[in-house]
Write a protein that binds this ligand. Structure first.
Ligand code: GDP
Length: 301
Protein backbone atom coordinates (compact mmCIF):
# COMPACT_ATOMS: atom_id res chain seq x y z
CA UNK A 1 0.00 0.00 0.00
CA UNK A 2 1.23 3.54 -0.68
CA UNK A 3 2.29 5.44 2.43
CA UNK A 4 -0.59 7.32 4.00
CA UNK A 5 -0.53 11.01 3.14
CA UNK A 6 -0.23 13.41 6.03
CA UNK A 7 -3.22 15.65 6.56
CA UNK A 8 -1.17 18.62 5.42
CA UNK A 9 -0.59 16.85 2.14
CA UNK A 10 -4.27 16.04 1.84
CA UNK A 11 -5.25 19.57 2.67
CA UNK A 12 -2.81 20.86 0.08
CA UNK A 13 -4.17 18.43 -2.51
CA UNK A 14 -7.68 19.70 -1.73
CA UNK A 15 -6.58 23.29 -2.08
CA UNK A 16 -4.99 22.59 -5.43
CA UNK A 17 -8.20 20.97 -6.61
CA UNK A 18 -10.30 23.99 -5.75
CA UNK A 19 -7.76 26.32 -7.32
CA UNK A 20 -7.58 28.12 -4.03
CA UNK A 21 -3.81 28.42 -4.09
CA UNK A 22 -2.69 31.33 -2.00
CA UNK A 23 0.99 30.46 -2.37
CA UNK A 24 0.83 31.39 -6.08
CA UNK A 25 0.25 35.03 -5.16
CA UNK A 26 3.86 35.26 -3.96
CA UNK A 27 5.51 33.95 -7.10
CA UNK A 28 6.39 37.42 -8.45
CA UNK A 29 9.32 39.63 -7.60
CA UNK A 30 7.69 42.79 -6.24
CA UNK A 31 5.77 43.72 -3.11
CA UNK A 32 3.15 46.13 -4.41
CA UNK A 33 -0.57 46.91 -4.30
CA UNK A 34 -1.21 44.24 -6.89
CA UNK A 35 0.27 41.57 -4.62
CA UNK A 36 -1.99 42.63 -1.77
CA UNK A 37 -5.02 42.75 -4.07
CA UNK A 38 -4.34 39.26 -5.38
CA UNK A 39 -3.79 38.04 -1.85
CA UNK A 40 -7.09 39.53 -0.72
CA UNK A 41 -8.88 37.76 -3.55
CA UNK A 42 -7.15 34.42 -2.84
CA UNK A 43 -7.98 34.62 0.86
CA UNK A 44 -11.63 35.36 0.10
CA UNK A 45 -11.74 32.47 -2.40
CA UNK A 46 -10.37 30.18 0.30
CA UNK A 47 -13.39 31.01 2.50
CA UNK A 48 -11.50 33.26 4.89
CA UNK A 49 -14.40 35.73 4.98
CA UNK A 50 -14.28 39.52 4.78
CA UNK A 51 -13.44 40.24 8.43
CA UNK A 52 -10.62 37.76 8.87
CA UNK A 53 -9.21 38.66 5.43
CA UNK A 54 -9.08 42.35 6.34
CA UNK A 55 -7.56 41.54 9.71
CA UNK A 56 -4.87 39.36 8.13
CA UNK A 57 -4.00 41.94 5.46
CA UNK A 58 -3.63 44.73 8.03
CA UNK A 59 -1.57 42.51 10.31
CA UNK A 60 0.57 41.38 7.39
CA UNK A 61 1.29 44.93 6.18
CA UNK A 62 2.38 45.85 9.69
CA UNK A 63 4.68 42.83 9.84
CA UNK A 64 6.14 43.55 6.39
CA UNK A 65 6.94 47.12 7.43
CA UNK A 66 8.48 46.04 10.70
CA UNK A 67 10.61 43.36 9.06
CA UNK A 68 11.44 45.63 6.09
CA UNK A 69 10.74 42.68 3.83
CA UNK A 70 11.59 43.19 0.18
CA UNK A 71 10.94 39.77 -1.30
CA UNK A 72 7.45 38.27 -1.80
CA UNK A 73 8.64 34.95 -0.31
CA UNK A 74 9.48 36.81 2.90
CA UNK A 75 5.95 38.24 2.83
CA UNK A 76 4.56 34.74 2.49
CA UNK A 77 6.54 33.63 5.54
CA UNK A 78 5.18 36.61 7.48
CA UNK A 79 1.65 35.65 6.43
CA UNK A 80 2.25 32.17 7.84
CA UNK A 81 3.18 33.87 11.13
CA UNK A 82 0.11 36.12 11.03
CA UNK A 83 -2.27 33.26 10.28
CA UNK A 84 -0.68 30.96 12.85
CA UNK A 85 -1.12 33.66 15.47
CA UNK A 86 -4.73 34.25 14.47
CA UNK A 87 -5.47 30.51 14.64
CA UNK A 88 -3.55 29.88 17.88
CA UNK A 89 -6.58 30.31 20.19
CA UNK A 90 -8.30 27.43 18.35
CA UNK A 91 -5.47 25.07 19.23
CA UNK A 92 -6.64 23.26 22.32
CA UNK A 93 -6.78 19.53 22.87
CA UNK A 94 -9.74 17.64 24.20
CA UNK A 95 -9.12 16.64 27.80
CA UNK A 96 -10.73 13.66 29.45
CA UNK A 97 -10.18 12.12 32.87
CA UNK A 98 -11.31 14.95 35.11
CA UNK A 99 -14.84 13.55 35.48
CA UNK A 100 -16.19 10.07 35.75
CA UNK A 101 -17.61 9.80 33.30
CA UNK A 102 -16.79 12.77 31.06
CA UNK A 103 -20.08 13.39 29.27
CA UNK A 104 -19.99 14.74 25.72
CA UNK A 105 -22.90 15.86 23.66
CA UNK A 106 -22.22 15.98 19.93
CA UNK A 107 -24.32 18.25 17.72
CA UNK A 108 -24.35 19.30 14.08
CA UNK A 109 -26.57 19.45 11.02
CA UNK A 110 -27.17 16.26 9.02
CA UNK A 111 -24.45 15.52 6.54
CA UNK A 112 -21.74 17.42 8.41
CA UNK A 113 -20.07 14.14 9.33
CA UNK A 114 -21.33 13.84 12.88
CA UNK A 115 -21.82 10.08 13.01
CA UNK A 116 -18.50 9.42 11.27
CA UNK A 117 -16.71 11.82 13.61
CA UNK A 118 -18.18 10.10 16.66
CA UNK A 119 -16.86 6.82 15.28
CA UNK A 120 -13.42 8.37 14.83
CA UNK A 121 -13.50 9.97 18.26
CA UNK A 122 -14.55 6.68 19.87
CA UNK A 123 -11.68 4.89 18.21
CA UNK A 124 -9.27 7.65 19.27
CA UNK A 125 -10.42 7.45 22.90
CA UNK A 126 -10.50 3.65 22.96
CA UNK A 127 -6.89 3.65 21.74
CA UNK A 128 -6.03 5.89 24.68
CA UNK A 129 -7.54 3.20 26.97
CA UNK A 130 -10.69 5.14 27.69
CA UNK A 131 -13.88 3.15 28.27
CA UNK A 132 -16.46 4.73 26.01
CA UNK A 133 -20.23 4.37 26.09
CA UNK A 134 -22.22 5.67 23.13
CA UNK A 135 -25.74 7.03 23.32
CA UNK A 136 -27.82 7.06 20.14
CA UNK A 137 -29.86 10.14 20.98
CA UNK A 138 -30.74 10.75 17.35
CA UNK A 139 -33.79 8.55 17.77
CA UNK A 140 -35.47 10.01 14.69
CA UNK A 141 -33.19 8.59 12.01
CA UNK A 142 -32.90 4.81 11.94
CA UNK A 143 -29.87 5.10 9.65
CA UNK A 144 -28.01 7.25 12.17
CA UNK A 145 -28.69 4.72 14.92
CA UNK A 146 -27.56 1.83 12.75
CA UNK A 147 -24.40 3.61 11.64
CA UNK A 148 -23.51 4.44 15.22
CA UNK A 149 -24.10 0.77 16.07
CA UNK A 150 -21.58 -0.22 13.39
CA UNK A 151 -18.95 2.14 14.84
CA UNK A 152 -19.69 0.85 18.35
CA UNK A 153 -19.13 -2.74 17.17
CA UNK A 154 -15.89 -1.88 15.43
CA UNK A 155 -14.50 -0.04 18.42
CA UNK A 156 -15.97 -2.71 20.74
CA UNK A 157 -17.78 -0.23 22.93
CA UNK A 158 -21.29 -0.39 24.41
CA UNK A 159 -24.17 1.58 22.98
CA UNK A 160 -27.45 2.73 24.49
CA UNK A 161 -30.07 2.93 21.79
CA UNK A 162 -33.83 2.95 21.71
CA UNK A 163 -35.92 3.00 18.58
CA UNK A 164 -38.21 6.00 18.46
CA UNK A 165 -37.51 6.84 22.09
CA UNK A 166 -37.26 10.30 23.55
CA UNK A 167 -33.75 11.67 22.80
CA UNK A 168 -33.45 13.33 26.19
CA UNK A 169 -34.52 10.12 27.96
CA UNK A 170 -31.97 8.05 26.00
CA UNK A 171 -29.24 10.53 26.98
CA UNK A 172 -30.36 10.45 30.62
CA UNK A 173 -30.25 6.64 30.65
CA UNK A 174 -26.85 6.62 28.97
CA UNK A 175 -25.28 8.93 31.55
CA UNK A 176 -26.65 6.76 34.37
CA UNK A 177 -25.50 3.59 32.60
CA UNK A 178 -22.08 5.21 32.06
CA UNK A 179 -21.71 5.81 35.78
CA UNK A 180 -22.96 2.33 36.67
CA UNK A 181 -20.59 0.68 34.17
CA UNK A 182 -17.68 2.89 35.17
CA UNK A 183 -17.27 4.32 31.70
CA UNK A 184 -14.66 7.06 31.30
CA UNK A 185 -16.52 8.84 28.53
CA UNK A 186 -20.17 8.95 27.48
CA UNK A 187 -20.77 10.35 23.99
CA UNK A 188 -24.31 11.29 22.99
CA UNK A 189 -25.06 11.55 19.28
CA UNK A 190 -27.94 13.95 18.63
CA UNK A 191 -30.27 14.67 15.74
CA UNK A 192 -29.21 17.13 13.05
CA UNK A 193 -32.70 17.64 11.78
CA UNK A 194 -36.11 16.76 13.16
CA UNK A 195 -39.02 15.18 11.29
CA UNK A 196 -41.54 17.47 12.97
CA UNK A 197 -41.87 21.23 13.36
CA UNK A 198 -40.10 20.99 16.71
CA UNK A 199 -37.24 23.44 16.78
CA UNK A 200 -33.90 21.62 16.68
CA UNK A 201 -32.21 23.99 19.12
CA UNK A 202 -35.03 23.57 21.64
CA UNK A 203 -34.69 19.80 21.41
CA UNK A 204 -30.92 20.02 21.90
CA UNK A 205 -31.28 22.41 24.84
CA UNK A 206 -33.66 19.92 26.42
CA UNK A 207 -31.13 17.09 25.99
CA UNK A 208 -28.46 19.26 27.57
CA UNK A 209 -30.74 20.10 30.50
CA UNK A 210 -31.73 16.50 31.08
CA UNK A 211 -28.09 15.30 30.93
CA UNK A 212 -27.45 17.81 33.72
CA UNK A 213 -30.14 16.11 35.77
CA UNK A 214 -28.44 12.72 35.42
CA UNK A 215 -25.08 14.19 36.45
CA UNK A 216 -24.89 17.66 37.95
CA UNK A 217 -21.73 18.90 36.22
CA UNK A 218 -22.57 17.37 32.82
CA UNK A 219 -22.38 17.72 29.89
CA UNK A 220 -18.69 18.57 30.16
CA UNK A 221 -18.30 18.96 26.45
CA UNK A 222 -20.70 20.22 23.81
CA UNK A 223 -19.01 19.51 20.49
CA UNK A 224 -20.18 20.84 17.15
CA UNK A 225 -19.29 18.87 14.05
CA UNK A 226 -19.10 21.27 11.14
CA UNK A 227 -18.35 20.65 7.46
CA UNK A 228 -15.19 22.57 6.53
CA UNK A 229 -16.43 22.84 2.95
CA UNK A 230 -19.38 25.04 3.70
CA UNK A 231 -17.60 28.37 4.08
CA UNK A 232 -19.58 31.14 5.74
CA UNK A 233 -22.31 28.63 6.46
CA UNK A 234 -19.93 26.81 8.78
CA UNK A 235 -19.23 30.05 10.63
CA UNK A 236 -22.96 30.73 10.92
CA UNK A 237 -23.50 27.26 12.36
CA UNK A 238 -20.75 27.79 14.93
CA UNK A 239 -22.41 31.04 16.00
CA UNK A 240 -25.96 29.62 16.14
CA UNK A 241 -25.06 26.44 18.06
CA UNK A 242 -22.77 28.37 20.40
CA UNK A 243 -25.49 30.87 21.21
CA UNK A 244 -28.06 28.13 21.89
CA UNK A 245 -25.88 25.58 23.71
CA UNK A 246 -22.53 27.08 24.66
CA UNK A 247 -20.03 25.07 22.61
CA UNK A 248 -16.81 23.81 24.17
CA UNK A 249 -15.19 22.50 20.99
CA UNK A 250 -15.41 21.85 17.26
CA UNK A 251 -14.65 18.98 14.96
CA UNK A 252 -14.14 20.44 11.49
CA UNK A 253 -14.66 17.73 8.88
CA UNK A 254 -13.80 17.21 5.24
CA UNK A 255 -10.60 19.22 5.27
CA UNK A 256 -9.35 16.75 2.67
CA UNK A 257 -10.79 16.68 -0.82
CA UNK A 258 -12.24 20.01 -1.77
CA UNK A 259 -11.96 22.01 1.45
CA UNK A 260 -10.74 25.56 1.25
CA UNK A 261 -9.69 25.82 4.85
CA UNK A 262 -9.82 29.59 5.26
CA UNK A 263 -13.04 29.20 7.21
CA UNK A 264 -10.94 28.39 10.27
CA UNK A 265 -9.50 31.91 10.13
CA UNK A 266 -13.04 33.28 9.97
CA UNK A 267 -14.00 31.18 13.00
CA UNK A 268 -10.86 32.31 14.86
CA UNK A 269 -11.68 35.95 14.18
CA UNK A 270 -15.41 35.88 14.84
CA UNK A 271 -16.21 32.98 17.17
CA UNK A 272 -13.06 31.29 18.47
CA UNK A 273 -14.36 27.95 19.68
CA UNK A 274 -11.42 25.49 20.05
CA UNK A 275 -10.90 23.00 17.23
CA UNK A 276 -10.34 19.72 19.04
CA UNK A 277 -10.01 17.70 15.85
CA UNK A 278 -10.12 17.98 12.09
CA UNK A 279 -11.54 15.30 9.82
CA UNK A 280 -9.39 14.49 6.80
CA UNK A 281 -11.11 11.50 5.23
CA UNK A 282 -13.88 8.93 5.51
CA UNK A 283 -11.95 6.27 7.41
CA UNK A 284 -11.88 5.85 11.15
CA UNK A 285 -8.24 6.83 11.41
CA UNK A 286 -8.80 10.06 9.46
CA UNK A 287 -8.99 12.27 12.53
CA UNK A 288 -6.19 14.63 13.45
CA UNK A 289 -5.52 17.10 16.21
CA UNK A 290 -5.34 20.68 15.06
CA UNK A 291 -2.08 22.61 14.97
CA UNK A 292 -2.34 26.31 14.09
CA UNK A 293 1.13 26.59 12.58
CA UNK A 294 0.92 23.36 10.59
CA UNK A 295 -2.43 24.41 9.27
CA UNK A 296 -1.16 27.87 8.29
CA UNK A 297 1.76 26.25 6.49
CA UNK A 298 -0.50 23.78 4.67
CA UNK A 299 -2.68 26.63 3.49
CA UNK A 300 0.12 28.95 2.43
CA UNK A 301 3.12 26.92 1.36
P1 GDP B 1 -24.02 13.04 9.65
O1 GDP B 1 -25.29 13.11 8.89
O2 GDP B 1 -23.59 14.39 10.13
O3 GDP B 1 -24.01 12.02 10.74
O4 GDP B 1 -22.90 12.66 8.58
P2 GDP B 1 -22.15 11.29 8.31
O5 GDP B 1 -21.24 10.96 9.41
O6 GDP B 1 -23.13 10.26 7.90
O7 GDP B 1 -21.24 11.72 7.07
C1 GDP B 1 -21.77 12.23 5.87
C2 GDP B 1 -20.81 11.91 4.73
O8 GDP B 1 -19.60 12.63 4.90
C3 GDP B 1 -20.41 10.44 4.69
O9 GDP B 1 -20.32 10.04 3.35
C4 GDP B 1 -19.02 10.42 5.33
O10 GDP B 1 -18.21 9.36 4.88
C5 GDP B 1 -18.47 11.76 4.89
N1 GDP B 1 -17.43 12.29 5.78
C6 GDP B 1 -17.48 12.49 7.11
N2 GDP B 1 -16.33 13.04 7.57
C7 GDP B 1 -15.51 13.18 6.49
C8 GDP B 1 -14.17 13.70 6.30
O11 GDP B 1 -13.48 14.16 7.20
N3 GDP B 1 -13.69 13.68 5.01
C9 GDP B 1 -14.44 13.20 3.97
N4 GDP B 1 -13.89 13.23 2.75
N5 GDP B 1 -15.68 12.72 4.12
C10 GDP B 1 -16.22 12.70 5.35
Amino acid sequence: APPRQSWMERLRAGLRKTGGSIAGVFSGTKIDDQLYEELEEALLLADTGVKATQFLLDDLKRRVKEARATDPQAVRALLVDALAQLLAPLEKGLEVGRFSPTVMMVVGVNGAGKTTSIGKLTRHLAEADQRVLLAAADTFRAAAREQLGVWADRAQVDIISQEGGDPAAVSFDAVNAGRARKADVVIADTAGRLPTQLHLMEELKKIKRVIGKAQADAPHEVLLVVDGNTGQNALNQVKAFDEALGLTGLIVTKLDGTAKGGVLAAIARERPVPVYFVGVGEKLEDLETFSAREFARALLE
